[in-house]
Write a protein that binds this ligand. Structure first.
Ligand SMILES: Cc1cc2nc3c(=O)[nH]c(=O)nc-3n(C[C@H](O)[C@H](O)[C@H](O)COP(=O)(O)OP(=O)(O)OC[C@H]3O[C@@H](n4cnc5c(N)ncnc54)[C@H](O)[C@@H]3O)c2cc1C
Length: 467
């Protein structure tokens, strides 16, 4: 009932029809679809309940980074259903927030030990670009990705990229992803999807969970390209199903061909908020307004202009005050802000919407770096805690490198170049001659950061980068 039938850019093909069970009721799903997407497409908004007040909970991030969609699957609790591929006969149940453990774990296979030279965690633009460099050398590379698909956030980006020709400017994000992914598939790189790295132990073992199999990875070098997650902001009713991260709406539409809602209020007019609003319109969804707390639009004016051409109002100096709804968003209230960001009494506006998308910033996914003991520093303009590193993206630990959003929120082109720099630096450490390639990419990164939008980033990077 929520399927997008036609799209101006994407060819939406669904896999073979299969059946899963949710709370005892048979639900249609498609192969290549995740459990959460199948449930949502079939009109199910409430996935679980809060433990004390039994408030309904739905999906929020749709990329495996939060806990909103966790359910009990075939008896196992705390499964992130937004990244779990649906399989014929799966039994899905709601769980309380504590997720009581199963009686027995006899069915789990013995852990599997893997020895490699480099393990890359995360197959977004940063991780894929690194793997694309490393594939041409005689070393063992393991690339792990928690989602069923490789590509990170690129696979849902239908807009054409700006930036540099070297990073495929003028090509749509998902097409860039296809090129990078195909190169990996045609190479000897050992890649694993549906594989979540969840623990970095003091003996430098990286623990990965792939389906029901524990993998213990022993590697000479670790490369974390784990990206970022969307920030939640505090307001009444922010847990009501139908409040999504804007990136989640993008995943639903552009990866799974599903409409996130009928009438949307977008919170945040940075690039992600503006781009996703336009993509919602392309999918035939009504965007009632974009509201932005700051006095100015944060994203590129070219994206804002596209929305204005469709008659979508962009209200600056305005924030979200409350979302109402019992099982799903039924209404949202916005409110004006003065120069000191205080709410202006009497400036409330009511919006008849069934969906509220939050595009209120991204936060680097540094959990594994923190476990590994890498030094982190809080830098607000880079999104939160980020690793201290040198110009080759080596962290405070000799064998641990980073690239992309996990090292500070930027965008996909810089993530790709960082992936190349860090992988070339590792190759040099192993003893391979890479000529001027690394320096060329460092210069390229500087060029990408020359625009006025990057000046704050460049200044902030200075706080966390040592020579
Ligand atoms: C939700 C979201 C929406 C965005 N939308 C836009 C947009 O519309 N337009 C735009 O220009 N930019 C957008 N961006 C920004 C841009 O896409 C990113 O800057 C870019 O993708 C960063 O690349 P990356 O490789 O660092 O991270 P990502 O592309 O996020 O890739 C990181 C990968 O690591 C995987 N991963 C994370 N943790 C683990 C783990 N523990 N184990 C295994 N795998 C793991 C993730 O599943 C993911 O595939 C968005 C970013 C996000 C987070």
């Amino acid at each position: 009932m929520r399927e997008i039938q036609e799209h101006p850019i994407l060819k939406l093909a669904r896999g073979k029809e299969i059946w899963i069970k949710f709370s005892g009721t048979p639900i249609r799903a498609y192969e290549n679809e995740t459990v959460a997407m199948a449930l949502y497409r079939e009109g199910i908004d409430v996935f679980t309940e809060s433990s004390k007040l039994h408030r309904p909970r739905g999906m929020f991030c749709a990329i495996g980074k939060c806990s909103s969609c966790m359910m009990r699957v075939n008896g196992i609790p705390n499964v992130r259903t937004c990244i779990l591929p649906a399989r014929e006969g799966m039994v899905i149940e709601k769980q309380d927030m504590y997720g009581k453990l199963p009686e027995s774990i006899e069915d789990f296979p013995e852990p599997c030990e893997i020895y490699t030279d480099i393990v890359i965690v995360g197959a977004g633009p940063a991780g894929l670009s690194a793997a694309n460099i490393l594939k041409d050398f005689n070393i063992r590379v393991l690339l792990v990705e928690q989602n069923p698909k490789l590509g990170g956030q690129l696979i849902k980006q239908t807009h054409k990229f700006f930036g540099s020709e070297n990073e495929m400017a003028g090509t749509r994000g998902f097409e860039i992803a296809n090129i990078l992914i195909q190169n990996i598939k045609d190479s000897n790189i050992n890649y694993k999807t549906d594989s979540t790295a969840f623990g970095f132990y003091p003996d430098s073992t990286l623990a990965i969970f792939q389906n029901n199999q524990l993998l213990k990875v022993h590697s000479k070098y670790f490369f974390f390209a784990t990206g970022a997650s969307e920030k939640m902001i505090p307001f009444a009713g922010n847990d009501v199903p139908g409040v999504f991260g804007a990136g989640a709406a993008q995943t639903m539409m552009n990866v799974f061909g599903i409409k996130p809602g009928k009438d949307i209020l977008m919170v945040g007019a940075g690039n992600v908020g503006l781009i996703v609003s336009y993509q919602l319109l392309q999918a035939g969804i009504n965007v009632k307004a974009v509201i932005e707390a700051m006095p100015k639009i944060g994203g590129y004016f070219v994206h804002a202009a596209k929305l204005r051409r469709f008659g979508v109002p962009i209200l600056t100096g305005t924030t979200i005050k409350e979302v109402m709804g019992t099982k799903r968003v039924e209404k949202a209230i916005s409110i004006g802000l003065d120069e000191e960001f205080k709410e202006i009494e009497g400036s409330e506006k009511e919006w008849n919407v069934d969906t509220v998308c939050l595009s209120t910033g991204l936060m680097p996914s540094v959990n594994l770096l923190s476990q590994a003991g890498c030094t982190l520093k809080y830098v607000s303009s880079l999104g939160g805690y980020v690793p201290i590193r040198n110009r080759e993206l080596r962290t405070s630990r000799e064998t641990i490198y980073v690239a992309g959003d996990v090292s500070g929120i930027e965008e996909a082109s810089t993530a790709m170049v960082e992936g190349k720099i860090a992988s070339l630096a590792i190759l040099e450490k192993i003893g391979y001659a890479t000529g001027r390639e690394k320096e060329k990419n460092i210069e390229e990164l500087q060029r990408l950061r020359e625009g006025p939008f990057s000046s704050k980033i460049v200044e902030s990077l200075g706080e966390v980068t040592y020579e």
